[in-house]
Every structure is written in C-alpha cells, then in structure tokens.
Write a protein that binds this ligand. Structure first.
Ligand SMILES: Cc1ncc(COP(=O)(O)O)c(C=O)c1O
Length: 424
C-alpha cells in the first residue's frame, strides 16, 4: 500500500474542473452544453502582448527566480500608476500564476487563513494541503455577500495576536460584486489595528465594468500584499503568469517565497515574462481593448440580472468580471418537490434539464442547503465579440441586438433557464 499525505488524501478535484469534465462527457452524448461553469476569459490576448510573445520565442534561458527585472519594474510602475501607492521593482515577485504564489505564501507563512463566505474555490484546499487552519467568515446578503469590517473585527478580537492572512477578492469570484471606497477604508482600519496581513486578490480589477477598480493597498499600504496577473483581464489564463506586490515590511515573506520557488519551479517561463512587460505598460491599444471588454461584460451582466429578475431570481449586484451569483430561494418548495434541496443538486438538475453548466455556491464555502450557483457568462467567442463591437457601437449601439449577434449562446442558455424556472 502506498501512503498518501493525509492533507491531500480525500481532497476532491477542483470543483471547477469537475463540472467542466462532466459537461464534456454530456457533450459527447450529443447534448448542447452551455459552458457557464469554468471561469475563463472569452477574450483573446491583446495584440501588442501577442506580438511581444512572438518576438521573444527565442528566449530560452532560465530567468531569476523573482522574475525578469524589466517585468518587475513594469509591474511596480503599473501599480504605482493605478493605485497611487509607490512600489519598486524589488517589491515584486513573478510566478507561474497567482494561484501558485498563493500556495507559496501559505507554505512560508505560519498562520491561519481567513476567508469570507463565499470565496474562490482554491484558497481553502491550498490551506488544507499545507495543513493551515481555515476560518470562514460569514457575510450578509445586504452586503452583496462581501466581508464587512465589523465581521473582521469580531473575528480578530477573539484572539488579538494570532498570526493570520485575510484574503479579500474584489471584484469577486463568485459574485461579481466589489467593495465601495468606504468599505475598503473600514476594513483597512481593522486590518491595521490588528496587524493582519491582507492578501488583496485583485485579479479581476481591470475588469471592473466602469473601469473604476480601487485597491485597499491605498488605505493599508504597509500591510497589503497585492495579487494579480494576466489570466483574467488579459485573457491569458493558459500563459500562467501571476504577480505579487509586497509592502517593504514583508520582504522576509517575499524572500522565503523566492527560496521555496527556487526549489520547486525555478522560474517562470521566459518568453511569457518578456511578453508580459507589454501588458503592464501604458498602451492606448490595451486601454481600448479593455474598455470594449468591460462594456460587453456589463451589457451581459445587466441583461442576465434583468431577465432573472423577471422570474424572481435575485443575486448580488455585479460590478465587474464575468460572474453572476443567482439565488433560487424563492423556489425552494417547488425544487423540493423535484428532490432538489442543495446547491449541488440544483446545479445537476439545471445541467440535466437545460444543458446549462454552473457551479454550486457550496463550492465557494456556502452552506450545502443554500440554493445558489455561480454562472460564468463566458460561452462566446471573445475575438468575434470585439470585432462586432466597433460595428455596433460607432453610432447609437443597441445592446440587445449586439448581444444577440455577439453572444448568442449566452442568451440561449439564459432563455432555457428562464423557461425551466417558469415551469416550476
Ligand atoms: C479569484 C481568483 N484568484 C486567483 C485566480 C488564479 O489565477 P491565476 O493562477 O491564473 O493567476 C483565479 C482563477 O480562476 C481566481 O478566480
């Protein structure tokens, strides 16, 4: 008998990947599947970044473990420019995806992991693998399921000096909601008074639908580690490039992470790092790409929220990214008659009846019995959607007409869900 590490044994495969595999199986049986499960950007990598990758295909040497100096400088300048908090090259760490950097952070830092419910699927399993305690903090519907300063304060007060990392993710996966400026200030004040390390996961920041993302690092610069990367706003999930930006006080954490990285992945792919420099530099082409992507995502989330509203399905306000988090509580009785009493059963039921793939709220730490799911409205050809955009929005654009042309599968999937709900 081989013996598995008990921290890994019994851990299920990531919920996101599992739903994708199930959808693929159903597709093999000829079913049309509306792939709203996996949270992958539909948009292409912007042209200036792609061109840089082609130019740098010959880069074959290992790079420094902390990352390519030019890229680290570009990242530091980018965050300084965006958030008005001065950051320098030596405060930046580059990794093969921010997910890997989060893992290394938990590995080198000995403390609890504090995360709000709901939260992205991978934070807690990473903590389990490493053997850290996970503390889930409750959130409220009226706060759009975002963490409140009050709840954080209540948690910290119980054990004032306990080392802990609190992860904030906004715009949020799974809800699409973000914090207001006041909420950020209030959380920063609590974090600062308890010396909490904040890991601010801003991977969807550039996809704030109004282009108005604000970082908590502005209000708690001394204690915030900023996390970002190319996966979401740059459509480059498969390129695997993530970044962490540290306050000076956490130089020891950054250095320990670099040591762990040097003994595991050595360094991040060289051509990808050279290409990424262009993604972090100021560029009118990238700004224009982002403005279009944001508007397309906003039109879609407005459309879906309105349609769901017609059948009494509510959810938190979507401010950014490509997720929506509908709640089917109004149909609890009708669903019970169909033997659906949990979020997971709801998602299976919807997939079977309509072909729409979603993820249950329980995958994000919500109670099993909560009838919520995350819907990623990304099943469309982003390249085509960007091309069509110019055609429709040079004059007075008509959002409905545009979406019918550019994102037909998303609209069809939503229609099928609405029809299903009307039958209940
Ligand atoms: C909230 C959140 N954080 C982090 C990540 C990890 O991104 P990456 O490892 O591709 O940088 C994801 C990816 O799905 C995410 O949704």
């Amino acid at each position: 008998m081989n013996s598995l590490n008990l921290n890994v044994s019994g851990l299920p495969k990531s919920a996101t990947l599992a739903i994708n595999e199930l959808s693929q199986q159903l597709q093999q049986y000829g079913r049309t599947i509306y792939k709203f499960g996996l949270g992958q950007s539909p948009f292409p990598v912007p042209m200036p970044v792609r061109q840089e990758l082609i130019k740098n295909a010959h880069q074959k040497d290992y790079l420094p473990v902390e990352g390519l100096a030019q890229l680290r400088r570009a990242v530091a300048e980018y965050y300084t420019r965006k958030h008005g908090v001065t950051r320098h090259t030596n405060q930046v760490l580059i990794g093969p995806g921010s997910k890997e950097l989060m893992f290394l952070l938990q590995l080198v830092y000995y403390g609890d992991l504090v995360i709000p419910t709901p939260s992205w699927v991978s934070y807690a399993p990473q903590a389990h693998i490493i053997g850290r305690q996970v503390r889930w903090l409750p959130t409220k519907r009226e706060d759009n399921w975002m963490l409140s300063a009050k709840e954080l304060e209540k948690h910290c007060r119980k054990d004032k000096n306990r080392p802990r990392i609190v992860i904030l993710n906004y715009p949020s996966n799974p809800t699409g909601s973000t914090f207001s400026e006041q909420q950020l200030k209030d959380i920063a004040e609590v974090a600062s008074s308890y010396n909490v390390i904040l890991l601010s996961d801003e991977i969807y920041g550039e996809l704030h639908h109004q282009g108005a993302h604000q970082s908590i690092s502005r209000y708690y610069p001394e204690g915030t580690i900023l996390s970002g990367g190319l996966s979401k706003w740059c459509g480059a999930g498969g390129w695997r490039l993530g970044v962490f930006v540290f306050p000076e006080a956490y130089d020891n954490i950054k250095n320990a992470m670099a040591v762990a990285a040097s003994e595991t992945y050595t360094s991040t792919s060289a051509p990808i790092q050279y290409a990424a420099v262009a993604a972090f530099q100021e560029s009118p082409d990238i700004e224009s790409y982002l403005n279009k992507a944001r508007h397309i995502l906003k039109m879609l989330s407005d459309y879906i929220s309105n349609r769901f509203g017609e059948v009494n399905i509510s959810g938190p306000k979507v401010d950014g990214g490509f997720y929506i988090f509908p709640e089917f509580t109004a149909y609890r009785n009708q669903l019970r008659e169909r033997s659906v009493t949990t979020g997971a059963e709801l998602c299976e039921y919807l997939l079977e009846k309509t072909g729409v793939a979603t993820l249950p709220g329980s995958a994000f730490g919500c109670p099993e019995g909560e009838l919520t799911c995350r819907l990623a409205f990304v099943d469309f050809d982003g390249e085509r959607a960007l091309d069509l955009y110019d055609k429709y929005f040079t004059k007075n654009g008509d959002a409905q007409k545009y979406l019918e042309q550019a994102c037909p599968k998303v609209l069809d999937g939503i229609e099928l869900l609405i029809e299903e709900v009307r039958n209940w």
